[in-house]
Design a protein around this ligand. Structure first.
Ligand code: 13P
Length: 334
């Protein structure tokens, strides 16, 4: 696979005014989301929910790609049209989550490492045949007393880089996601420092594994104070700190950066992205790859009547896509 093709896909993922919808919850994670709104976690309900999301009329106006879970990549609409076809017909690139989740890092209390490298080459080969053109691997960095350790950051960066190299070998654009969690009572400065070290370690590892940055997308967490810190920060504080941290640690050759929402409110996730783009020009397109901040309002509506509320839920999906698409241009009006 040529670097030109990877670069083309990566650029399409961050096309002006477009971003990614993350609907790659594992069956265990979607079980939690469904439980929160009283929906049974059956395969058919998962399929129907993802059909509602993916068949949102004109979703491709603001959405360049969607990250799916293994089960969803193989599913079809009730009428029998594969989800991947529905997506491609709307100009939405199919993506696939390929990590196997986080596991305790042996010897390091309170820290986790993401697994999933074993057999990854063969899985990527199959995912490409099924239509996936980008992938996602999420590493999780916890902030707490004496953590994260350098060992944890390095282990996760190494795994991300091994994954990214395998993706590129198979013609799939790697989205590398080192998420620094919002959980905890740390201040915004601590989040900044941990994120900077994490990003530096990640880009070192990508370099060491011969990963071509032109065909790579970073999925970043924003620089925010811990959820339980009580620290009051403005939208501008978050935007300025996040931009400064990224400019310090991320090479300018990267085709784009997308953000996760990480538990921020829908409004905050959009406002922060909008503010960063208003502060531009920036070295890279900055867009979104939101899961909860794209879906939570729609899930609530859909769950109230999963047969008759499809249209109403889709209107909300479209509205969230439009707001975030405008924020990716710095043109959102709250
Ligand atoms: P959130 O936007 O809900 O954080 O999810 C994005 C994602 O894909 C995390 O891996």
């Amino acid at each position: 696979m040529s670097i030109e093709q990877l670069a083309e896909t990566a650029q399409a993922m961050v096309a002006a005014g477009k971003g990614i919808i993350a609907i790659d919850e594992s069956n265990a994670t979607i079980a939690k989301r469904f439980a929160g709104v009283g929906v049974e976690n059956s395969e058919e309900n998962r399929r129907a929910y993802r059909e509602m999301l993916l068949t949102t009329p004109k979703l491709g106006d603001y959405i360049s790609g969607a990250i799916l879970y293994d089960e969803t990549l193989r599913q079809s609409t009730k009428a029998g049209v594969p989800f991947t076809k529905v997506m491609m017909d709307n100009g939405i690139i199919p993506g696939i989550k390929v990590d196997k989740g986080t596991f305790p890092l042996a010897g390091f209390q309170g820290e986790v490492v993401t697994e999933g490298l074993d057999g990854l080459r063969a899985r990527l080969e199959e995912y490409y045949k099924l239509g996936a053109r980008f992938a996602k691997w999420r590493a999780v960095i916890n902030i707490g007393d004496d953590i994260p350790s350098g060992t944890c950051i390095e282990a996760n960066a190494h795994a991300l880089a091994r994954y990214a190299a395998l993706c590129q070998e198979q013609g799939i654009v790697p989205m590398v996601e080192p998420e620094v969690l919002m959980d905890g009572d740390h201040d915004i400065q601590t989040c900044y420092e941990v994120t900077e070290v994490t990003l530096r370690s990640l880009f070192d590892a990508l370099y060491n594994q011969n990963v071509m940055l032109e065909g790579t997308i970073l999925k970043a967490s924003m620089i925010v104070p811990g959820k339980d810190s009580g620290e009051d920060v403005t939208v501008e504080d978050v935007a300025e700190n996040t931009l400064m941290c990224l400019k310090t640690a991320v090479p300018a050759i990267l085709p784009g950066i997308v953000f996760l929402s990480g538990g921020q409110s829908d409004e905050a996730a959009t406002a922060h992205l909008d503010a960063m783009n208003r502060m531009g020009p920036n070295p890279w397109p900055l867009s979104f790859s939101y899961g909860r901040a794209m879906q939570s309002a729609a899930l609530k509506i859909w769950s109230q009547d999963i047969v008759n509320n499809v249209r109403k839920a889709q209107e909300t999906v479209y509205a969230r896509a439009r707001d975030n698409g405008l924020a990716a241009l710095g043109q959102w009006k709250s």
